[in-house]
Design a protein around this ligand. Structure first.
Ligand code: URA
Length: 220
């Protein structure tokens, strides 16, 4: 584990408080959503899966009517359909994904988090928000002594992981299905499994599965 990330970060530092107001724009958006959608979760979405997992998947940010509604990463978001199906296929999830945090789905040796924990307007966090949320990502990376592999879904997640690990971005260029050795960790990159990327064919299910096949081979 690189020395820039504490290997035993306390649990509290890995999750923002439910009324985190570090990012004024995201806090204001949350206030609006709390009044427009009072039944939604409308808070920083916590990581999902065992804290001591060997694999950490890093997404971008919760979708308004997906993870921000359900309170579980990728749950109810279009991107979750391919992600959870793929995790099941490679033995990283057990049970049936039903886009509902009470579906009983369990992650196996795998944890999912987001680079930005609060839903951003138009699904687009700005640089200052990605930076402000990074200490939570760094603490999440430091939680598992068993961590072996990270999958970054998209360039923003890739860049934020590198910064959280204290690495230079220029040394590890993002590319779909690229792998980077960083100390004892392997960082795998994938195009984000967003609706846009899958609908345009930038990311096919086969391309996405190839990444997880490589991860499974690495983790064993
Ligand atoms: N939902 C999430 O939780 N994260 C993403 O990156 C996309 C959708």
């Amino acid at each position: 584990m690189p020395s820039t990330v504490s290997s035993r970060a306390p649990q509290s530092r890995a999750e923002p408080p439910q009324d985190c107001r570090v990012c004024a724009r995201l806090a204001a958006f949350r206030d609006i959503n709390r009044s427009s959608y009072p039944d939604f979760f409308n808070a920083p979405v916590p990581s999902f899966g065992p804290a001591d997992a060997a694999l950490l998947i890093v997404g971008l940010a919760p979708g308004l009517k997906g993870a921000n509604q359900t309170g579980r990463p990728f749950t109810g978001d279009y991107a979750g359909d391919l992600l959870y199906e793929t995790l099941g296929e490679f033995g990283f999830a057990r049970g049936t994904y039903r886009a509902d945090p009470n579906d009983g789905l369990e992650l196996v040796d795998c944890r999912i988090t987001n680079a930005v924990r609060c839903v951003p307007p138009q699904n687009k966090p700005i640089g200052a928000e990605i930076k402000a949320c990074r200490p939570f990502l760094a603490a999440t990376l430091g939680q598992s002594d068993s961590l072996k592999a990270i999958v970054a879904l998209g360039r923003i997640a890739h860049d934020s992981v590198l910064s959280a690990l204290g690495q230079r971005r220029a040394a590890f260029p993002f590319g779909h299905n690229a792998r980077h050795e960083i100390g004892s960790l392997t960082l795998f990159d994938s195009y984000h499994c967003s609706r846009y990327n899958t609908n345009t064919g930038r990311l096919t299910p086969e391309m996405f599965k190839a990444v997880f096949a490589a991860v499974r081979q690495e983790i064993g």
